[in-house]
Design a protein around this ligand. Structure first.
Ligand code: PEP
Length: 256
């Protein structure tokens, strides 16, 4: 079943002290809020500290990356088994910063997707176009290409119990979010694209939007029928903003 899902992607931010105040405050303010799932994805080194603080709450743990290998001579990497061991559940892969700064291509991301599925973890597959690609009218082609690598290798069934985050690169960290209409158009396209292979899987797929989401634009974004949640960068580090976004998500109604 689809549900509103909010993920806070902390990127390379945070500290032990920040976690002590932010997560404790978030736990307090989140208490009693129903109707959505909230995931915190801190840097790897802080996963366990966050896990300890959220362990008696409904907050969930996420991670920002995973290696394609499970163990061995891969210096600096973290495996799906390790993420599972530490209690992470939602794992972001294919973020545009990893695609551009770490040269991760669609093939590598497809491997990460499968390694997570094999460990019963939930991949959060980020897709989206650059500003130039948008200008050239290629948004749908790019999104389809990023999904098709996985579809062709593993079929539509592999998308069961997974998340796709549509994150136009031009909207990430720019303060210039896509409009609600643009978001709905692309989310419908993504769902239809998967539905061509498996309508049931598509119907249940969680599709998030990411890119300059704030407490001011979240309500309109959530009002779109094919938006199941948001992947939040900067605003996930500001407690009052993040909790406002969560509250808005918790009021989302699905048409049955
Ligand atoms: C992100 O990095 O996934 C993101 C959406 O960042 P921001 O919310 O800061 O645009």
């Amino acid at each position: 079943m689809r549900y509103p899902l909010i993920i806070g992607n902390w990127k390379l931010n945070g500290s032990k002290k920040f976690i002590d105040t932010f997560i404790v405050g978030l736990c307090r303010k989140f208490h009693g809020i129903e109707g959505c799932k909230v995931v915190i994805a801190p840097p790897m080194v802080y996963l366990d500290q966050v896990k300890q603080v959220i362990c008696n709450t409904k907050l969930l743990l996420g991670a920002q990356n995973v290696d394609i290998n499970l163990s061995g001579a891969f210096t600096g990497e973290v495996s799906a088994s390790m993420l599972k061991d530490i209690g992470a559940r939602y794992i972001i892969i294919g973020h545009s910063e990893r695609r551009s700064l770490h040269s991760e291509d669609d093939q590598v991301i497809a491997k990460k997707f499968l390694v997570l599925k094999n460990k019963d973890l939930i991949p959060v597959l980020c897709i989206g176009e650059t500003a130039a690609e948008k200008m050239a009218g290629q948004t749908k082609t790019i999104c389809a290409r990023q999904i098709d690598v996985i579809l062709k290798l593993h079929g539509a069934e592999v998308f069961q119990n997974t998340v796709i985050a549509y994150e136009p690169i031009w909207a990430i960290g720019t303060g210039c979010a896509a409009t609600a209409e643009q978001i709905q158009t692309i989310h419908t396209f993504i769902r239809d694209h998967i539905a061509q292979k498996d309508p049931k899987v598509a119907d249940q797929l969680i599709i998030q939007y990411g890119g300059s989401v704030t407490k001011n634009n979240a309500a309109e974004i959530f009002s779109q029928p094919d938006v199941d949640g948001v992947l939040v960068g900067s605003a996930s580090l500001i407690l009052d903003s993040f909790i406002d976004i969560i509250k808005l998500a918790s009021t989302k109604k699905y048409k049955i």
